[in-house]
Ligand binder design. Structure first.
Ligand SMILES: Cc1cc2nc3c(=O)[nH]c(=O)nc-3n(C[C@H](O)[C@H](O)[C@H](O)COP(=O)(O)OP(=O)(O)OC[C@H]3O[C@@H](n4cnc5c(N)ncnc54)[C@H](O)[C@@H]3O)c2cc1C
Length: 603
């Protein structure tokens, strides 16, 4: 048998080719359909099982949080001791699995070859385990073949069938998990970032399987005909032509998705990626339709319908959110000290926005095809009221007319090198403020609530403050209204220069005078490169400024020593800060209930 593997076609005898090679050159000859179905089941069951396990864990967490919220809401800080204590081995799982990076510390700190060449980040320990288990299932499926027969071409046909089938099955989650509107984000409370990570790994495996599928076909075809025969089939046979097109598109996508290329030319990458992905899906659909595989064709068709629906709905929602009659969203961009801009979007309608959400923005006249994500720092509703009715109470202002109300949404945007810098430059060149037409897509995420925690520590690095401010506002309001369990909030903000304080001045002017603010909120600001010692002025015991970088481990330890009820530590900022806070939280897991939430600006 082995002798035939390397023999040129000219030396294989015609009878062998007719009886032992040709039957396995195309179609279902040699394909183990029963085996393919079993592995499809294993592949999907594994992904489904993981989703169900996460869903059950999330539901249990929600139930626990709800119970804690309902009971602790009415308790003072001292009475929340029950919720402070660890009651199971959950702390061990959080420390060593769910919150753990692969190694000791590094998770979200990017690998950079230079300031321009970004190699991406490392997955967490849990993510790595999940991805590894799924990759293993795919490897096992591809090598679990019938090896006993004497004919290598039959084995190649079986490998072609298996790899092609698996690639198809994996294309389904590959496409579904990539969407911004993927409903699993809120159901499983897993961030878009994590689905993106899974999407990238699914993509790599699908590409390898498609290449194996094509090579296994070419190996048999070469023995049956010649290189010329292969070329001829690709050019003239629609079934083979579309299959090859699908594989070539996937290979191109894989090369263009390499981290340095993706990060360096993100928008160009994204547009080419979507075009190539659409082409791949259509090519695969035609390929399997021509093969007469009805069930698989229907699966692909369903995928095309869902994907098109998602794109259509995104466009529909974008127009609905940003247009009302002849009014369109307008953005006021204000240049701030420290190379940042405040972007205020004046929406033509009222929108309810939750804490911890972000939205994608695009601006007319500034590469309108680019849309960038930014955390929503502040919202201001302009409420309209129905005319006073005789049924309204004496003091009431009447009912709110949401159809005539509008919302303003604020973002703090730090100037990088692309559109964020052009925004800043445009505002600066126009005397500090400029107005342009804009569009907002979202809001997205916002599925974390801190209301059930007795104690919250919010870390922010630079523009990461925009993610934390709405939580401060919500918790303060909830504290005064008696609707949250939170009795202690510490906001730690790390900035480079004290002029960055201007970024949040209008919001702090509203937060600081809030009723009972001093009972709940302590603000610690660390200025890593102060220009002037006089700037380091602590306004009061509850608003303090320090020069230099904070020692995150000591800060967390101090807070843990004075922990009130269950604690939540959240961080939004550069990868180094996030990794440091993660480490500090893991170090204190034995001490009490401490949860960790990270909002990442990396992707
Ligand atoms: C959920 C989320 C919330 C964010 N919130 C804020 C915020 O409140 N304030 C703030 O200043 N920044 C925020 N960012 C980061 C911000 O989106 C990027 O800095 C911005 O897109 C860079 O644009 P640029 O053209 O100037 O980038 P460049 O200078 O060209 O690149 C700078 C970095 O941004 C990356 N980048 C470029 N385009 C995109 C894109 N469309 N999406 C994501 N990253 C991109 C680049 O790969 C590079 O790593 C957030 C990011 C995410 C993912």
């Amino acid at each position: 048998m082995l002798a035939y593997l390397n023999i040129p076609r000219s030396q294989l005898n015609d009878t062998y080719i007719r009886t032992e090679v040709a039957p396995y050159a195309t179609g279902l000859g040699g394909v183990n359909e029963a085996g393919n179905h079993s592995f499809r089941l294993a592949d999907w069951l594994w992904l489904g099982l993981l989703a169900v396990i996460v869903l059950i864990i999330r539901l249990l967490e929600r139930a626990n949080r709800h119970q804690r919220h309902m009971t602790a809401m009415n308790l003072s800080a001292d009475q929340q001791r029950f919720w402070k204590q660890n009651k199971s081995i959950l702390w061990w799982i959080k420390k060593h699995i769910t919150y753990a990076p692969i190694g000791k510390t590094r998770h979200n700190r990017e690998f950079k070859l230079s300031s321009a060449v970004n190699m991406g980040t490392l997955p967490s320990r849990l993510h790595a385990a999940i991805l590894l288990s799924w990759v293993l299932i795919n490897i096992i499926a591809c090598v679990y073949l019938e090896y006993s027969g004497p004919n290598p071409y039959r084995m190649a046909a079986e490998l072609r069938g298996r790899s092609g089938y698996l690639a198809l099955m994996n294309v389904v989650p590959l496409v579904l998990l990539a969407g911004r509107n993927n409903p699993l984000i809120s159901w499983l409370q897993i961030s878009f970032d994590t689905y993106n990570l899974i999407h990238r790994w699914l993509g790599r495996v699908v590409t390898i399987e498609a290449v194996v599928h094509t090579c296994a076909w070419a190996y048999v075809k070469l023995a049956e005909t010649s290189w010329e025969g292969i070329r001829h089939m690709i050019a003239t046979d629609a079934f083979i032509g579309y299959g090859t097109l699908g594989t070539v598109c996937l290979l191109l996508i894989a090369v263009l998705s390499l981290s340095p290329l993706r990060h360096a030319f993100y928008e160009t990458f994204l547009n080419i990626h979507i075009t190539l992905a659409s082409l791949t899906i259509v090519a695969i659909f035609v390929h399997i339709k021509l093969a007469g595989l009805l069930e698989l064709s229907l699966t692909m068709l369903a995928l095309i319908v869902i994907w098109s629906y998602d794109r259509f709905m995104r466009l529909f929602k974008l127009i609905m959110l940003n247009r009302k009659g002849n009014k369109w969203t307008i953005a006021t961009i204000t240049a701030l000290p420290g190379e940042a801009s405040r972007v205020t979007l004046h929406l033509p309608r009222y929108v309810k926005i939750h804490c911890g959400t972000h939205a994608y923005l695009r601006f007319a006249g500034l590469n309108v095809w680019e849309s960038h994500p930014f955390s929503i720092a502040w919202t201001m509703d302009h409420l309209a009221y129905f005319p006073k009715h005789e049924m309204d109470t004496e003091n009431g202002e009447g009912r709110i007319d949401f159809s005539k109300s509008t919302t303003d949404v604020d973002f703090v945007v730090h100037a990088q090198t692309g559109i964020t810098r052009r925004l800043y430059n445009k505002a600066k060149a126009s005397g500090g403020t400029v107005t342009v037409r804009a569009a907002i897509e979202g809001p997205y995420a916002g599925h974390h609530s801190l209301s059930s925690y007795g104690h919250a520590i919010l870390f922010a690095g630079s523009s990461g403050i925009s993610h934390q401010l709405p939580f401060v506002q919500c918790l303060l309001k909830g504290y005064v209204d008696g609707t949250v369990a939170t009795r202690k909030v510490t906001l730690i903000w790390i900035i480079r220069h004290s002029e960055h304080l201007e970024w949040v001045r209008p919001y702090m002017e509203q937060i600081l005078p809030m009723k009972r603010r001093k009972e709940l909120l302590t603000i610690k600001i660390y200025v890593t490169r102060p220009r002037n010692a006089a700037d380091m002025h602590s306004a009061s015991r509850t608003v303090q400024m320090f020069p230099g970088r904070p020692d995150v481990e000591i800060l967390v330890k101090e807070e843990v020593a004075a922990q009130v009820g269950a604690m939540c530590v959240t961080v939004c900022g550069p990868g180094t800060l996030a990794d440091g806070v993660r480490k500090a939280v893991r170090q204190n897991q034995e001490t009490g209930t401490i949860d960790f939430i990270e909002e990442s600006f990396t992707w």
